[in-house]
Write a protein that binds this ligand. Structure first.
Ligand SMILES: NC(=O)c1ccc[n+]([C@@H]2O[C@H](COP(=O)([O-])OP(=O)(O)OC[C@H]3O[C@@H](n4cnc5c(N)ncnc54)[C@H](O)[C@@H]3O)[C@@H](O)[C@H]2O)c1
Length: 386
């Protein structure tokens, strides 16, 4: 966290609101070096703080957080768990709960989630249920967690049967996105966040699509100014969709753009294809299918694909994933969802498509099939097709 980077990128502050519950609002602070603002965002001094993180993030950013917190009079502690999606479980949550109880933390505790989406999801859920609900604050350290997971109050854990099957809606006290933390993030993790940013731009901020192309190199280089603008604008889109639909009954479903095919690709590749790459390809395939179904102008699809390529994200399916495996994954999805797979996508650039008051629609199987074939790996003829 250098003073210089702080000067380059002044902090931006947004406000998260929920239209159905106007009394619930919280600050979202974005900038290089904003970790130092943590004490200002905490509730009164009588609240003790337990920072909860995972073992990969802690050696990188834990001490910086603790140093800032130790400057006050508060009781401060930290708990760690093992990193990775496989540890976003009820068992990890139970271990942390037992420790909070053993250490006699009462309702005047505030939990600070320091890490990627695994940490913000798990700690948010822990906060939702510990002593029937305590306060928490999110300090996301991945681009994906900044622009997506840490916003909106969806918290939860995975079970053996699937991802995010158990959880709660519980809004944080504040979200503090220190862009300096992205300096240690591996490139592939940056990609996951960039894919969600393209999604937000395509759905609700056409000008951000232009910025993503202009700033592609600067973003990859973790330039604070480029990141600040992109992160803030991308967050603003997510906050706007969440504000209108906290509990995911309507507009928030638009955020599934790219995710239906993306999830099928993740499953068909046995999770070798990461989430961001799968969503990037998913947005290209789903846009193409929407064009084939007459629900999207080809220029919209081409622009989305162009931005994805400019950012160096994949626009085509990997060569080693067969058309049959992907179709099977989509068919399974169809069965699981009562016989209908629904898709969300932009109707025009920067505008969520609506279908008779709904934000998702089914697409004809042949349109999806043809779009999958059209996005096969370059020079790769999927089986049964020449
Ligand atoms: N609640 C929501 O609305 C929502 C939305 C999207 C995703 N999610 C959830 O978010 C999770 C994915 O989030 P994620 O991609 O951040 O995963 P993650 O938390 O596993 O982080 C990804 C990787 O980056 C590492 N890491 C984190 N910060 C780092 C840093 N600053 N420097 C170096 N390495 C760092 C982690 O150790 C991990 O290996 C999933 O569990 C998903 O379900 C939730």
């Amino acid at each position: 966290m250098s003073d210089q980077s702080r000067q380059i990128s002044p902090a931006v502050q947004l406000e998260a609101r929920l239209s159905a519950r106007p009394e619930t609002r919280y600050p979202v602070v974005i900038g290089a070096g904003v970790l130092t603002r943590l004490p200002d965002l905490l509730p009164a001094d009588r609240y003790g703080v337990v920072v909860i993180s995972e073992q990969r993030v802690w050696p990188l950013w834990g001490e910086a957080v603790m140093e800032i917190l130790r400057q006050g009079e508060r009781r401060v502690d930290h708990y760690l768990f093992a990193p990775g999606e496989i540890h976003k479980t009820r068992e990890t949550k139970a271990t942390l709960e037992d420790r909070l109880v053993a250490d006699a933390w009462g309702r005047d505790v505030v939990l600070v989630a320091l890490g990627g989406g695994v940490v913000t999801d798990l700690v948010g859920y822990l906060a939702a249920t510990y002593l029937r609900g305590v306060r928490y604050l999110s300090v996301p350290t991945t681009l994906l967690a900044m622009v997506d997971a840490a916003l909106g109050g969806k918290t939860g854990v995975n079970t053996a049967a699937g991802k995010n099957l158990v959880g709660a809606f519980h809004q944080p006290e504040a979200v503090l996105a220190d862009l300096d933390t992205l300096s240690t993030l591996p490139d592939v993790e940056l990609d996951h966040g960039l894919a969600e940013t393209v999604k937000h731009a395509a759905l609700s901020d056409e000008a951000l699509l232009d910025r993503l192309v202009t700033d592609a190199t600067a973003l990859r280089a973790r330039d604070a100014e480029a990141l600040s603008d992109t992160v803030a604008r991308s967050m603003a889109v997510k906050l706007q969709l969440v504000a209108a639909d906290e509990q995911d009954h309507g507009l928030r479903q638009a955020l599934n753009f790219g995710h239906t095919v993306g999830h099928a690709l993740e499953r068909a590749s046995e999770y070798r294809v990461g989430h961001g790459h799968a969503v990037a390809v998913g947005m290209c395939v789903e846009s193409d299918a929407a064009v084939r179904a007459g629900l999207m102008a080809p220029t919209v699809r081409d622009r989305i694909v162009g931005v994805i390529e400019a950012l160096g994200l994949p626009a085509r399916l990997p060569a080693d994933i067969s058309h049959a495996a992907l179709t099977a994954a989509l068919v399974l999805d169809k069965k699981n969802r009562g016989g209908e797979v629904r898709y969300a996508f932009p109707g025009a650039l920067g505008q969520v498509a609506t279908f008779g008051g709904q934000y998702t629609t089914a697409l004809p199987d042949d349109a999806v099939g043809a779009a999958l074939l059209a996005h096969a790996a370059e020079g790769h003829a999927p089986e049964g097709h020449t």
